[in-house]
Design a protein. Structure first.
Length: 146
């Protein structure tokens, strides 16, 4: 069995489905797959994505925003090290299943992930591009932000 989770942040099915006539491969996925609308409180990208990928509410995974307040009162961006529970792709990988994660918020640094059986491609918020494992670096050209 193969599973793909395609998340289109802020896009509802009512707005997307009329365009599937221009996207035949996506239409096939839509017709043969399951579709859900995830409602999260607060309705923000960081807790929503982490609710989906950890199966936990924000009180458990700990991600409330793109930034956090440090003990000295300064601010910094959330990283992969701030997610307090395993993500779905890590759970699958620990059970010897291969996973690929592309453009997942808070994917950096890679040492914040369980990486066995896993391919990880940077997210759009990062200052630099990366892919793991490194031997896949030639494929980064397909993930460039325009």
């Amino acid at each position: 069995m193969k599973i793909a989770i395609i998340g289109l942040d802020g896009m509802s099915w009512e707005h997307l489905l009329p365009y599937t006539r221009y996207l035949p491969n996506f239409k096939k996925i839509v017709l043969q797959g399951l579709k859900f609308i995830i409602k999260a409180i607060p309705p923000l990208t960081p807790p929503s994505w982490n609710n989906i990928f950890t199966g936990c509410k924000l009180q458990k995974h700990g991600i409330r925003s793109f930034i956090k307040v440090n003990s000295d009162g300064s601010y910094c961006y959330i990283t992969s090290l701030d997610v307090k529970v395993p993500r779905l792709n890590e759970i699958l990988a620990t059970n010897s299943l291969n996973t690929v994660t592309i453009n997942y918020p808070f994917s950096y640094p890679i040492h914040g992930w369980y990486l066995k059986n896993h391919i990880l491609v940077y997210d759009a918020f990062l200052p630099r591009e990366f892919i793991y494992p490194q031997e896949l670096k030639p494929l980064l050209k397909y993930f460039k932000q325009k």
